[in-house]
Ligand binder design. Structure first.
Ligand code: DAH
Length: 349
């Protein structure tokens, strides 16, 4: 071995040693720059090859390449080692003692939809309504026929329905109005009830649609004495309670639902403030919040109710109400599982 190559071996050993004793990634980057950077020791050696004979170039060039690869490998190994020890150190120092009592602000909370459902339920409980559930897998009869939407009725087209494979009359309910039918069939009248639950439509998920969403359904029926005036008053009380303001103005705009006569759209005055909608009685614009109407006589017939019967029904989309209350413009945020989003929604609820 020549003196020059012995010297090179010796420096290589020193370099390798400094690599393996480096304790930080920054230190390693410095070593890398000192050896392989533009004016690094190895780079200069490569540059010096130009002055050598072909024979020497071959021998020394090969030696330099081997050294360069060894250095690069040693550096990346050492970086891995350092990263591993950082993680191990964190695991050691950030260990959580699960036997310790929890800190109060680390408690979880109910989901924003659950909170809204509970508030709505409490409001109607206090007003003497039954709070009932119905099945999410329904038959054609409860979802459509009994609600005065017979086969081939155009209203069926606006409900993009998921049918259960292998059945042509079993489906995922497209609205909670089916619970009206189940309730009247079972308990007859008079009845005051609401139902809150999941509904399904074959819609693409976007900022205002979701294939699964929630609805609130209300029904008030008696033998006599219920008018559209009672409907309006009941709706106003609900909107006041949900948005926690007495300052509410609503209007009922003529509309059409096969299960109501007349049918109305529920609009509410609002103002835009700082990019956010606020429900307020002196708002200049109207916002649609839900549908309602006086129960259609055919619906009573399908429920087997005989004799005089009068009443009203209403339906709201829960996500829309929650979005308005929290000021979010994309309902997908409501379904997100990122704890930061959930916390944010929770804080502005
Ligand atoms: N079921 C309707 C829908 O999904 C909402 C609705 C409108 C419910 C009018 C009602 C009603 O009870 O009377 O769009």
């Amino acid at each position: 071995m020549s003196d020059a190559s012995r010297e090179f071996e010796c420096s290589l050993n020193q370099w390798m040693e400094s690599i393996s004793s480096a304790t930080s990634i920054g230190e390693l980057e410095k070593i890398r720059a000192g050896l392989l950077g533009k004016s690094g020791a190895i780079t200069s050696e490569f540059r010096a090859l130009a002055k050598l004979s072909i024979e020497e170039k071959k021998i020394i060039g090969e030696r330099l390449n081997i050294a360069k690869n060894a250095i690069e490998e040693a550096i990346s190994e050492q970086i891995k080692k350092i990263k591993r020890s950082i993680i191990e150190e964190r695991l050691r120092s950030e260990v959580v003692d699960i036997t310790l009592p929890s800190v109060s602000d680390s408690f979880g909370s109910l989901h924003i939809l659950t909170q809204a459902m509970r508030r709505i339920r409490d409001h109607y409980h206090a007003r003497g309504f039954l709070v009932l559930d119905g099945p999410e897998i329904e038959t054609d009869f409860f979802n459509f026929d009994a609600l005065n939407i017979p086969k081939h009725h155009p209203a069926r087209q606006s409900h993009d329905t998921f049918y259960i494979d292998g059945f042509d009359d079993v489906l995922l309910r497209t609205h909670t109005s089916c619970v009206q039918i189940r309730t009247m069939q079972k308990t007859g009248i008079p009845v005051r009830m609401i139902s809150i639950g999941k509904t399904y439509r074959n819609d693409k998920l976007d900022s205002t649609h979701s294939p699964m969403f929630h609805q609130i359904e209300g029904l008030v029926v008696d033998r006599e004495g219920l008018t559209i005036g009672h409907l309006k008053s009941e709706l106003k009380k609900f909107i006041s309670a949900f948005f926690e303001t007495e300052d509410v103005a609503i209007r009922l705009r003529p509309s059409y639902f096969p299960f109501t006569e007349p049918g109305v759209e529920i609009d509410c005055r609002y103002k835009k403030e700082g990019g956010r909608l606020r429900i307020t009685g002196d708002g200049t614009d109207w916002l649609e919040l839900g549908g309602a109407g006086m129960v259609h006589p055919n619906v009573f017939k399908h429920c087997g109710i005989e004799g005089p019967a009068y009443g009203f029904a209403f339906g709201f989309g829960l996500e829309r109400l929650v979005a308005l209350r929290t000021g979010i413009s994309d309902i997908r945020n409501i379904y997100e599982t990122d704890v930061r989003t959930l916390r944010y929604l929770n804080n502005i609820r």
